[in-house]
Design a protein. Structure first.
Length: 499
């Protein structure tokens, strides 16, 4: 097994003068634009799919426009992290933005649906690096003690994309042209490059030689693809117990086993197993997986709940997501500020997740609750969920040395995306099971055609399941060691950092 190295590779002695506070703010603004590219493209396309299907006369394969991007982005995320440890953050961020932007042009100019799907997959290969690399660069610029303050901005990017993405996609498709969904990426990407390119030259470089374990990366990619396909198709295209889904799950297990075997034998494994064995990193990953899964699940099922169980319009249902996502931003801001002041910095997140679990149970147990009270509770639930983001991210990054920061942040982002995919699949299965007697099919269509009384009970089970996710995330944080947060950007020898 890969052994933990106690020696920190310091930044090269010829490093430039550290950026000023004003320069850091400008860099982070550019990084937020890069993150917006990756986050927005996961939501803006969905509402334009019917228009795209009409344009190409093909509805049978339309879902692949979304699936191809998500699969490629999820698989590419940990690769960017490792490669940034080898080649530097700036090179990899420029590569990610360039690939994403070029693929956006290809998407807009696609002559048929197959070309669009291929371009979306390439776009995902670029988008996979935008979020994790941005968080890694923030870790290179800001000390763990102060880093939590910036998590509210990151949460704000995800909140904005969750709310604005579907609205913009629908507006572009209905009133302008669906290709604008992709053309709009170019000015955002260009602005991100212009703001960050020169300033990222001054990032510290850590003199440590790395090697890329391509076999390990390939095994992880195949295992991830199989799992994501199983989660995406199960209960929608085919039944969960169908031979195809069972084969995909079996293949996932085989390739995960091969990946672990490779990690134990590689001279420098793609993912050092000692990294996940550390109590802070391992438990932080679990908490992040569960909390982010719950947030993604709510972002998908809350609008569906308002439209089908509460009888609101599609527009009103989309706006009903604002209390949740706005609460997430507020929770991340409060928790991040608390981390800069408190010794026991994980307590607000534990309390917040417990509050979210209680709020979700209240909605589940009182399906006839007045709508105003439901909205207020969703705001509280969002605040509680948001408190977990800074604690998970900063605790994990605080536990590793600079030469593994990219790898660790990439893997953390990968597990979050996997948690979101798994949560959506599980919640969809719970909803379909509660609707009794339905087979595989589109969840939204089945929910809209279901009896309202049965829908209330079905969504009660959905919210109870998310409540369990929040509670389990809180338990993971309870057992996460509370190591002192550094006041400097990188660890000196013996200062808390263990990998």
């Amino acid at each position: 097994m890969h052994q933990i190295d106690p020696q920190s590779p310091h930044a090269s002695s010829g490093a430039k003068i550290p950026p000023s506070h004003a320069e850091i703010r400008r860099i982070i603004f550019g990084l937020m634009l890069a993150m917006l590219l990756g986050a927005l493209d996961q939501t803006i396309v969905a509402t334009a799919l019917p228009t795209i299907g009409d344009a190409f006369g093909d509805f049978a394969n339309l879902s692949w426009v979304v699936t191809a991007y998500l699969l490629a982005a999820t698989v590419a995320t940990p690769l960017y992290g490792k490669l940034s440890d080898i080649h530097g953050r700036r090179v990899m961020l420029l590569t990610a933005v360039a690939v994403f932007s070029a693929a956006s042009v290809a998407c807009a100019l696609a002559p048929n649906l197959l070309a669009l799907i291929i371009a979306r997959a390439v776009q995902g290969l670029g988008g996979g690096g935008l979020i994790s690399l941005s968080q890694t660069i923030i870790a290179d610029l800001v000390s763990p003690r102060e880093r939590g303050r910036y998590q509210a901005q990151i949460a704000g990017v995800f909140a904005a994309s969750s709310i604005a993405g579907p609205v913009l996609g629908g507006l572009f498709a209905q009133y302008l042209n669906w290709t604008l969904i992709f053309w709009v990426n170019l000015p955002i990407g260009l602005a991100a490059l212009l703001i960050t390119e020169r300033r990222l030259r001054d990032l510290p470089r850590h003199e440590r030689r790395h090697a890329m374990d391509y076999l390990g990366a390939a095994l992880m990619a195949v295992a991830s693809l199989m799992l994501l396909l199983a989660l995406g198709w199960g209960g929608v295209r085919v039944l969960w117990g169908s031979p195809l889904i069972l084969a995909l799950f079996a293949g996932t297990a085989v390739f995960v086993g091969l990946f672990i075997w490779r990690m134990r034998r590689a001279e420098e494994p793609f993912l050092p197993l000692g990294l996940l064995a550390d109590k802070v990193v391992g438990r932080g990953m679990i908490a992040s997986f569960l909390a982010f899964g719950g947030m993604v699940g709510l972002s998908i099922f809350v609008p569906l709940y308002f439209e089908t169980a509460r009888g609101l319009s599609a527009t009103q249902s989309g706006l009903g997501l604002i209390p949740v996502m706005g609460g997430v931003v507020i929770g991340a801001m409060l928790s991040g500020r608390a981390m800069a002041r408190l010794v026991h910095y994980k307590r607000p997140a534990i309390g917040g997740l417990a509050l979210s679990a209680g709020g979700l149970l209240a909605i589940a147990l009182a399906p006839a609750m007045p709508l105003v009270l439901v909205l207020a509770l969703f705001a509280v639930i969002g605040v509680g969920m948001g408190t977990a983001l800074p604690v998970c991210t900063v605790s994990i990054q605080n536990a590793v040395q600079p030469h593994l920061m990219g790898t660790t942040t990439g893997v953390m982002t990968f597990f979050r995306q996997l948690g979101g995919a798994l949560a959506v699949a599980v919640l969809g299965a719970v909803l379909l099971a509660a609707l009794a007697g339905v087979g595989a099919g589109d969840i939204e269509s089945l929910a809209r055609s279901a009896d309202p009384a049965r829908l209330s009970g079905a969504f009660s089970r959905v919210f109870t399941t998310v409540s369990v996710l929040a509670a389990l995330a809180a338990v993971a944080l309870v057992f996460l060691p509370e190591r002192p947060l550094r006041s400097s950007v990188h660890a000196s020898e013996g200062e808390g950092s263990i990998v």
